[in-house]
Design a protein around this ligand. Structure first.
Ligand code: CS2
Length: 353
């Protein structure tokens, strides 16, 4: 098992690389999509949360081999491995998600993105096949000591307001578009995922890249009038079985799995790590289940994190674990302190960095 760190687009600098290494990270998961682009409404010091207007503005640029290699080489100077990219930019694939007119063009874009990752030596691409994206969460001071965290306290304006045509994956993809997205059925969503995996897993295999699926967070049935995909632990198996190949793997988000209304997080960890289909984990903790939960510090949630590590060890898991996100601590550096706390706990559980 390897301990990693997730860095957002605006954190790809020496200071954050040094901080990640000092926290014991050896591997980095990079968010190449700038969730905050052209959007100063929300603080960039933590994960994006947003409101009914979503996160930032997608730009759809295909990340070049050169820029990916530059990031990889700058990280390497700090003893860090560029392990994965997490998420497409919504403009790479919004018409794949919504079966729109640019679908075929976007399949070519997705193939180009994956091809460039492979050429740059980056072996994992996390993705979240989600129509409304990570939407609906609210900011609350519910973590230990009143620390700021995110969660859900029942359905709210964000989860209920219909998704506009201007948005996909909780970001703006066409600010000129008007009207509301036509509701998609759950079966249509699974059909689109089936086409996506059937067409793209071979592309990923040829590029030497593993695709890793994140579950839908919050794992409700509907968010903004659109169905959710993997919102129960057993549905991960349905996704894996569409294309039963090693390159069709999981970005296993422990927190999201624990938030789900059904299932047992320990059984899920055991089931999927036994199959060796977990590429990396979001090793974060929560309290409660949808529609009432909040993210917690790594040591104070419902999940016994030591028990999760014991299951992973028993099943010989050799992938990467990252904290994903942590509550913001009340100090001059809320994000850094929260991440350092989480990483220290992971180091103690998993081993020396
Ligand atoms: O569980 C979650 O929802 C998180 O993994 C996401 O907030 C994730 O950090 C973002 O979607 C970026 O991938």
């Amino acid at each position: 098992m390897k301990i990693g760190f997730g860095l957002y687009r605006h954190m790809l600098d020496d200071a954050h690389f040094a901080f990640a290494r000092q926290c014991g990270a050896t591997h980095v998961v990079v968010h190449m999509c700038d969730y905050f682009r052209n959007n100063d409404r929300f603080s960039k010091t933590d994960q994006p949360v947003g409101d009914t207007s979503g996160w930032g503005f997608a730009d759809g640029r295909v990340w070049s081999v050169e820029e990916l290699v530059d990031i990889r080489e700058r990280m390497a100077q700090h003893g860090l491995t560029f392990f994965a990219v997490e998420n497409f930019d919504p403009l790479h694939w919004c018409d794949i998600l919504f079966d729109g007119p640019r679908k075929e063009e976007q399949y070519r874009t997705v193939a180009a993105v994956i091809g460039n990752l492979g050429k740059a030596g980056i072996k994992v691409l996390g993705y979240n096949f989600s129509l409304a994206g990570v939407a609906g969460r609210i900011i609350e001071n519910k973590a230990r000591g009143g620390a700021q965290t995110v969660g859900l306290d029942g359905r709210n304006e964000q989860t209920e307001s219909p998704l506009p045509n201007s948005m996909a994956w909780n970001m703006v993809v066409d600010e000129t578009a008007t009207g509301i997205r036509r509701p998609v059925t759950s079966e249509q969503l699974w059909q689109r995922l089936t086409e996506f995996l059937t067409r793209i897993v071979p592309v990923a295999e040829a590029a030497g890249v593993t695709l890793a699926a994140h579950p839908d967070d919050p794992p409700l049935d509907l968010v903004r009038g659109q169905p959710r995909l993997v919102n129960q632990p057993a549905l991960y198996q349905r996704l894996l079985d569409i294309v039963p190949r090693p390159a069709n793997a999981l970005e296993f988000c422990l927190g999201t799995i624990a938030e789900m209304s059904e299932g047992d997080v320990y059984e899920a960890v055991d089931t999927y790590s036994q199959q060796e289909r977990i590429a990396y984990l979001h090793f974060r903790n929560v309290r409660g289940r949808v529609p009432h939960y909040h993210e917690t510090f790594i040591d104070e949630g419902d999940i016994d994190m030591a028990r999760v590590i014991a299951i992973l060890r028993r099943n010989g898991f050799e992938g990467v674990l990252i904290p994903d996100h942590s509550p913001q601590m009340s100090c001059p550096a809320p994000w850094h302190a929260g991440m350092a706390f989480a990483m220290g706990y992971m180091q103690a559980l998993i081993g020396r960095g």
